[in-house]
Design a binder for this molecule. Sequence first.
Ligand code: KIV
Length: 308
Amino acid sequence: MKDKVTIHSLKRFKQIGQKICMVTAYDATFAHILDQSGADVLLVGDSLGMVVQGHDSTLPVTMDQMVYHSAAVTRGARRAHVVGDLPFLSYQVSAHEAVRNAGRLVTEGGVGSVKLEGGAEFADVVRAIVRASIPVMGHLGLTPQSVHKMGGYVVQGRDEEQARKILDDALALEAAGAYALVLEGVPLELARTITQSLSIPTIGIGAGRYCDGQVLVCYDLLGMNPDFKPKFVKRYANLHGSITEAAGAFFTEIRQGAFPDEDHSFKASKSIRLVAPAALGAGKALEGEVASPAEGEEKVGPVYGIPV
Ligand code: KIV
């Protein structure tokens, strides 16, 4: 196994011009696959509120849910650095609460760092979390937790004034101790200027090619939802099609009686003759020889396909 990725590796990647590969994960099975595929960073994004829970925003996601999913992802990851999102209202109320909640993601969720949305107005919060020895990743531009303030999921930083504010926020987050920055939904020229202005890495989503790394929601890049095709998403697979086909074949075989066949069924260790109760006369005992548990024992291993 290659060395575990740390926040220091990510800084080094920027220095040597090696692009950072980040992707979201919400459970152990996906974390295991994505880790083995070469992800440097797995983000337990609060996007899970939309793609896992079916909400139309990330706002309903709770701390308990983030802890639950973070713990699942860290159990599946080996090499990748795992980042846990601080959900809406878990860090906005006070620096004190922010440190407690960031601490929960580390102690209960097992993550190596946390991410929060917002700029200079959260510099004190970033400072407080970093002071508690918890690394912080910032998130600027289109920040989904501010959907109501933005008036929808709208590209940010298109005009001079907005662009200047985002650049200033980026500098403020770096000065506050953030170790990396997600830039979401901003023009590529702005992302390039920010990337060149910072010593910490930038990771883009809908922010163009000049960022130090890229991130996408795993379900988006894998093509799980054919109805969701924003400009910034590239689909690398059609899992919606593959899953529909595979599940459809399973249901067809069940209906036809083709599954389970002999190969997918257990056998008793020696022949037994059992008579169904309905076929017995009243009060008549079962006839035949039944394999003892010891004789009939057959190890199945884990009952579900958990990652190893
Ligand atoms: O919640 C999330 O998944 C994110 C990424 C898309 C950057 O914040």
